[in-house]
Write a protein that binds this ligand. Structure first.
Ligand code: ATR
Length: 270
Protein backbone atom coordinates (compact mmCIF):
# COMPACT_ATOMS: atom_id res chain seq x y z
CA UNK A 1 0.00 0.00 0.00
CA UNK A 2 1.19 3.52 -0.76
CA UNK A 3 2.23 5.42 2.38
CA UNK A 4 1.20 9.06 2.62
CA UNK A 5 3.48 11.96 3.56
CA UNK A 6 3.18 15.70 3.06
CA UNK A 7 4.69 19.11 3.72
CA UNK A 8 2.61 21.56 5.74
CA UNK A 9 3.06 25.30 5.29
CA UNK A 10 1.15 28.50 4.64
CA UNK A 11 1.63 29.51 1.91
CA UNK A 12 2.89 26.25 0.42
CA UNK A 13 2.21 26.25 -3.33
CA UNK A 14 5.85 27.05 -4.24
CA UNK A 15 7.35 24.29 -2.08
CA UNK A 16 9.99 22.16 -3.75
CA UNK A 17 9.59 19.35 -1.22
CA UNK A 18 7.08 17.28 -3.29
CA UNK A 19 9.52 17.29 -6.22
CA UNK A 20 12.45 16.32 -3.98
CA UNK A 21 10.64 13.45 -2.24
CA UNK A 22 9.23 12.14 -5.52
CA UNK A 23 12.82 11.95 -6.79
CA UNK A 24 13.97 10.17 -3.59
CA UNK A 25 11.08 7.68 -3.84
CA UNK A 26 11.84 6.89 -7.46
CA UNK A 27 15.54 6.45 -6.73
CA UNK A 28 15.02 4.13 -3.73
CA UNK A 29 11.92 2.27 -5.00
CA UNK A 30 9.86 3.36 -1.97
CA UNK A 31 6.10 3.44 -2.55
CA UNK A 32 5.10 6.83 -1.13
CA UNK A 33 2.72 9.62 -2.00
CA UNK A 34 3.96 13.10 -0.94
CA UNK A 35 1.80 16.19 -1.31
CA UNK A 36 1.81 19.86 -0.19
CA UNK A 37 -0.91 20.88 2.26
CA UNK A 38 -1.80 24.43 3.28
CA UNK A 39 -2.69 24.26 6.99
CA UNK A 40 -4.83 26.93 8.67
CA UNK A 41 -2.63 29.49 10.45
CA UNK A 42 -4.34 29.01 13.83
CA UNK A 43 -4.83 25.22 13.83
CA UNK A 44 -1.77 23.28 12.81
CA UNK A 45 -2.58 20.50 15.30
CA UNK A 46 -5.96 19.98 13.63
CA UNK A 47 -4.35 19.69 10.20
CA UNK A 48 -1.89 17.05 11.46
CA UNK A 49 -4.71 15.16 13.23
CA UNK A 50 -6.83 15.08 10.06
CA UNK A 51 -3.86 13.99 7.96
CA UNK A 52 -2.97 11.09 10.24
CA UNK A 53 -6.66 10.07 10.60
CA UNK A 54 -6.71 9.76 6.79
CA UNK A 55 -3.66 7.46 6.86
CA UNK A 56 -0.78 9.98 6.84
CA UNK A 57 2.46 8.53 8.25
CA UNK A 58 4.70 11.58 8.47
CA UNK A 59 5.20 15.17 7.38
CA UNK A 60 7.62 17.97 6.83
CA UNK A 61 6.75 21.27 8.44
CA UNK A 62 7.76 24.67 7.13
CA UNK A 63 7.01 28.34 7.80
CA UNK A 64 5.12 29.32 9.93
CA UNK A 65 4.35 26.05 11.73
CA UNK A 66 7.65 24.74 13.11
CA UNK A 67 6.94 25.95 16.66
CA UNK A 68 3.31 24.73 16.61
CA UNK A 69 4.57 21.33 15.43
CA UNK A 70 7.08 21.31 18.29
CA UNK A 71 4.28 21.94 20.79
CA UNK A 72 2.07 19.04 19.68
CA UNK A 73 4.71 16.30 19.77
CA UNK A 74 4.55 13.47 22.33
CA UNK A 75 8.29 12.80 21.96
CA UNK A 76 11.16 14.87 20.53
CA UNK A 77 14.68 14.23 19.32
CA UNK A 78 17.39 16.00 21.31
CA UNK A 79 18.22 18.27 18.35
CA UNK A 80 14.53 19.29 18.01
CA UNK A 81 14.33 20.01 21.73
CA UNK A 82 17.39 22.26 21.41
CA UNK A 83 15.99 23.98 18.33
CA UNK A 84 12.58 24.57 19.90
CA UNK A 85 11.17 23.69 16.49
CA UNK A 86 10.18 20.64 14.45
CA UNK A 87 10.45 20.23 10.68
CA UNK A 88 9.83 16.47 10.58
CA UNK A 89 6.85 14.65 12.09
CA UNK A 90 6.56 10.89 12.34
CA UNK A 91 3.51 8.96 13.48
CA UNK A 92 4.59 6.03 15.66
CA UNK A 93 2.93 2.60 15.56
CA UNK A 94 1.46 3.50 18.96
CA UNK A 95 -0.26 6.56 17.44
CA UNK A 96 2.06 9.00 19.17
CA UNK A 97 3.64 11.91 17.29
CA UNK A 98 7.43 12.15 17.25
CA UNK A 99 9.21 15.38 16.24
CA UNK A 100 12.67 15.93 14.81
CA UNK A 101 14.48 18.76 13.09
CA UNK A 102 16.74 17.97 10.16
CA UNK A 103 17.69 21.52 9.08
CA UNK A 104 20.98 21.62 10.97
CA UNK A 105 22.20 18.22 9.87
CA UNK A 106 21.17 19.28 6.35
CA UNK A 107 23.43 22.33 6.58
CA UNK A 108 26.37 20.36 7.98
CA UNK A 109 26.07 17.62 5.30
CA UNK A 110 25.83 20.18 2.52
CA UNK A 111 28.99 21.88 3.77
CA UNK A 112 30.72 18.47 3.93
CA UNK A 113 29.63 17.66 0.36
CA UNK A 114 31.22 20.93 -0.72
CA UNK A 115 34.48 19.86 0.91
CA UNK A 116 34.22 22.25 3.85
CA UNK A 117 35.73 20.95 7.06
CA UNK A 118 34.04 22.22 10.23
CA UNK A 119 36.25 20.42 12.74
CA UNK A 120 38.69 23.00 14.11
CA UNK A 121 37.18 25.79 11.99
CA UNK A 122 36.51 29.36 13.07
CA UNK A 123 32.81 29.80 12.30
CA UNK A 124 30.76 33.00 12.16
CA UNK A 125 26.96 32.71 12.04
CA UNK A 126 24.98 35.83 11.11
CA UNK A 127 21.50 36.08 12.62
CA UNK A 128 19.86 34.76 15.78
CA UNK A 129 16.31 33.90 14.73
CA UNK A 130 14.59 30.55 14.40
CA UNK A 131 16.63 29.49 11.37
CA UNK A 132 19.90 29.92 13.30
CA UNK A 133 18.65 28.31 16.51
CA UNK A 134 17.72 25.27 14.40
CA UNK A 135 21.28 24.66 13.17
CA UNK A 136 23.48 25.40 16.18
CA UNK A 137 23.44 21.92 17.75
CA UNK A 138 24.80 20.08 14.68
CA UNK A 139 27.29 22.91 13.97
CA UNK A 140 28.72 22.65 17.49
CA UNK A 141 28.70 18.84 17.30
CA UNK A 142 31.00 19.11 14.25
CA UNK A 143 33.73 20.39 16.59
CA UNK A 144 34.63 23.92 15.44
CA UNK A 145 37.49 25.76 17.17
CA UNK A 146 35.08 28.62 17.81
CA UNK A 147 31.59 29.75 16.87
CA UNK A 148 30.51 33.38 17.00
CA UNK A 149 26.83 34.26 16.57
CA UNK A 150 26.39 37.90 15.50
CA UNK A 151 23.03 39.59 15.19
CA UNK A 152 21.52 43.05 14.60
CA UNK A 153 19.85 42.70 18.01
CA UNK A 154 22.90 41.73 20.07
CA UNK A 155 20.89 40.49 23.07
CA UNK A 156 19.31 37.71 21.00
CA UNK A 157 22.71 36.37 19.93
CA UNK A 158 24.00 36.61 23.50
CA UNK A 159 20.98 34.63 24.75
CA UNK A 160 21.53 31.93 22.12
CA UNK A 161 25.16 31.58 23.15
CA UNK A 162 24.07 31.02 26.75
CA UNK A 163 21.50 28.40 25.70
CA UNK A 164 24.09 26.38 23.75
CA UNK A 165 27.15 27.02 25.93
CA UNK A 166 27.22 23.44 27.25
CA UNK A 167 27.75 22.10 23.71
CA UNK A 168 30.94 23.91 22.77
CA UNK A 169 32.91 27.11 22.30
CA UNK A 170 30.17 29.62 21.40
CA UNK A 171 29.90 33.41 21.83
CA UNK A 172 27.22 35.90 20.84
CA UNK A 173 27.05 39.65 20.20
CA UNK A 174 26.22 42.46 17.81
CA UNK A 175 27.87 42.98 14.41
CA UNK A 176 30.30 45.38 16.11
CA UNK A 177 32.08 42.46 17.82
CA UNK A 178 32.77 40.70 14.50
CA UNK A 179 36.46 40.62 13.71
CA UNK A 180 37.96 38.17 11.22
CA UNK A 181 39.40 36.08 9.88
CA UNK A 182 36.88 33.22 9.81
CA UNK A 183 37.03 29.92 7.90
CA UNK A 184 33.26 29.58 7.47
CA UNK A 185 30.70 32.41 7.50
CA UNK A 186 27.04 31.36 7.43
CA UNK A 187 24.30 33.88 6.71
CA UNK A 188 21.16 32.90 8.59
CA UNK A 189 19.52 36.34 8.56
CA UNK A 190 16.57 37.16 6.36
CA UNK A 191 18.35 40.36 5.29
CA UNK A 192 18.95 39.07 1.74
CA UNK A 193 15.18 38.91 1.20
CA UNK A 194 15.14 42.72 1.20
CA UNK A 195 18.40 42.90 -0.76
CA UNK A 196 20.23 44.10 2.33
CA UNK A 197 23.52 43.12 3.87
CA UNK A 198 24.47 43.16 7.55
CA UNK A 199 27.28 45.68 8.25
CA UNK A 200 30.43 43.52 8.09
CA UNK A 201 34.16 44.24 8.03
CA UNK A 202 36.05 43.71 4.76
CA UNK A 203 38.61 41.34 6.28
CA UNK A 204 36.06 38.70 7.29
CA UNK A 205 37.46 35.77 5.34
CA UNK A 206 40.61 33.78 6.00
CA UNK A 207 42.46 32.05 3.15
CA UNK A 208 40.24 29.47 1.47
CA UNK A 209 37.22 30.54 3.53
CA UNK A 210 33.66 29.58 2.63
CA UNK A 211 30.63 31.86 2.64
CA UNK A 212 27.32 30.02 2.97
CA UNK A 213 23.84 31.52 2.61
CA UNK A 214 20.91 29.51 3.93
CA UNK A 215 18.84 31.21 1.21
CA UNK A 216 19.03 30.34 -2.48
CA UNK A 217 17.68 31.58 -5.77
CA UNK A 218 18.34 31.76 -9.49
CA UNK A 219 20.88 34.54 -8.81
CA UNK A 220 23.49 34.68 -6.02
CA UNK A 221 22.20 36.42 -2.88
CA UNK A 222 23.50 39.87 -1.96
CA UNK A 223 25.63 38.26 0.78
CA UNK A 224 27.21 35.71 -1.58
CA UNK A 225 27.97 38.36 -4.23
CA UNK A 226 29.63 40.48 -1.54
CA UNK A 227 31.60 37.46 -0.26
CA UNK A 228 32.74 36.37 -3.75
CA UNK A 229 34.25 39.83 -4.33
CA UNK A 230 36.28 39.33 -1.14
CA UNK A 231 37.70 36.01 -2.28
CA UNK A 232 35.49 33.52 -0.44
CA UNK A 233 34.17 30.29 -1.98
CA UNK A 234 30.40 30.63 -2.07
CA UNK A 235 27.61 28.07 -1.51
CA UNK A 236 23.89 28.79 -1.42
CA UNK A 237 21.22 26.96 0.60
CA UNK A 238 19.74 24.78 -2.15
CA UNK A 239 21.84 21.83 -1.03
CA UNK A 240 20.71 22.33 2.57
CA UNK A 241 17.10 22.07 1.40
CA UNK A 242 17.83 18.75 -0.33
CA UNK A 243 19.93 17.38 2.54
CA UNK A 244 17.32 18.17 5.21
CA UNK A 245 14.75 16.42 3.02
CA UNK A 246 17.03 13.39 2.67
CA UNK A 247 17.41 13.14 6.44
CA UNK A 248 13.60 13.33 6.87
CA UNK A 249 13.23 10.61 4.22
CA UNK A 250 15.72 8.49 6.17
CA UNK A 251 13.77 9.00 9.41
CA UNK A 252 10.58 7.81 7.71
CA UNK A 253 11.83 5.06 5.38
CA UNK A 254 15.24 3.99 6.73
CA UNK A 255 16.90 4.64 3.35
CA UNK A 256 19.40 7.32 2.41
CA UNK A 257 18.86 8.68 -1.10
CA UNK A 258 21.66 10.18 -3.20
CA UNK A 259 21.30 13.93 -2.94
CA UNK A 260 23.63 15.37 -5.57
CA UNK A 261 21.58 14.40 -8.66
CA UNK A 262 18.45 15.78 -7.00
CA UNK A 263 20.21 19.05 -6.13
CA UNK A 264 21.45 19.42 -9.70
CA UNK A 265 18.06 18.77 -11.29
CA UNK A 266 16.43 21.18 -8.82
CA UNK A 267 19.02 23.84 -9.71
CA UNK A 268 17.88 23.66 -13.34
CA UNK A 269 14.31 24.54 -12.28
CA UNK A 270 15.27 27.79 -10.49
P1 ATR B 1 13.95 33.04 10.73
O1 ATR B 1 12.96 32.02 11.17
O2 ATR B 1 14.17 33.13 9.26
O3 ATR B 1 15.23 32.93 11.47
P2 ATR B 1 13.36 35.31 12.38
O4 ATR B 1 13.27 34.44 13.58
O5 ATR B 1 12.36 36.39 12.18
O6 ATR B 1 13.28 34.45 11.05
O7 ATR B 1 14.84 35.93 12.33
C1 ATR B 1 15.27 36.79 11.31
C2 ATR B 1 16.75 37.09 11.51
O8 ATR B 1 17.21 37.93 10.45
C3 ATR B 1 17.05 37.82 12.80
O9 ATR B 1 18.33 37.44 13.23
C4 ATR B 1 17.03 39.28 12.34
O10 ATR B 1 17.74 40.17 13.18
P3 ATR B 1 17.00 40.78 14.50
O11 ATR B 1 16.99 39.69 15.52
O12 ATR B 1 17.86 41.93 14.90
O13 ATR B 1 15.61 41.19 14.05
C5 ATR B 1 17.73 39.14 11.01
N1 ATR B 1 17.48 40.25 10.07
C6 ATR B 1 16.33 40.51 9.40
N2 ATR B 1 16.49 41.59 8.60
C7 ATR B 1 17.76 42.04 8.78
C8 ATR B 1 18.53 43.12 8.25
N3 ATR B 1 18.02 43.96 7.34
N4 ATR B 1 19.82 43.26 8.65
C9 ATR B 1 20.34 42.40 9.55
N5 ATR B 1 19.67 41.37 10.12
C10 ATR B 1 18.40 41.19 9.73
Amino acid sequence: MTDRYCVFGNPISHSKSPMIHAAFAEQTGEDIDYTAIEAPLDDFAGAWRRFTAAGGRGANVTVPFKEQAFSLCDTLSERARRAGAVNTLLLGADGRSHGDTTDGVGLVRDLEHHGVSLAGARILVLGAGGAVRGVLEPLLAAGPASLLVANRTAAKAEALAVDFADLGEIRGGGFDVVSGPFDVVINGTSASLGGELPPLPDDLFGTGATAYDMMYGAEPTVFLSWAAKRGACTVDGLGMLVEQAAESFFQWRGKRPLTEPVRESLRRTL
